[in-house]
Design a protein around this ligand. Structure first.
Ligand code: HEM
Length: 66
């Protein structure tokens, strides 16, 4: 699961981690997850994932804080 144990990553369910990121808008977060952003690798390094699969993973990370 993305970001479960990695220290510098926003953690699922941690509103403090996600609030500043949500201000960028969900489409920006999808874009950053698919194409990479700073220390976040494109598609979490799983280049075999479809864009829709990566978006579903972002939705999963965000679901508890929406
Ligand atoms: C499919 C799995 C993954 C998804 C959906 C995902 C999604 C995201 C999203 C939406 C962000 C926020 C980007 C932003 O603030 O604009 C993020 C940040 C980040 N992710 Fe992931 N991620 C995944 C896997 C990974 C993996 C495997 C790593 C480590 C190798 C990682 C490392 C990071 C880091 C370090 C950040 C913070 C980037 C920064 O603020 O500089 N992610 N991720």
């Amino acid at each position: 699961m993305p970001h479960d144990r990695r220290r510098r990553c926003p953690i699922r369910g941690n509103a403090e981690n996600w609030e500043p990121r949500l201000e960028k808008g969900i489409d920006t977060l999808y874009d950053h997850a698919i194409n990479g952003f700073q220390a976040m690798p494109p598609k979490g390094g799983q280049l075999g994932l479809s864009d829709d699969e990566v978006k579903a993973a972002v939705d999963h990370l965000l679901e508890p804080v929406l």
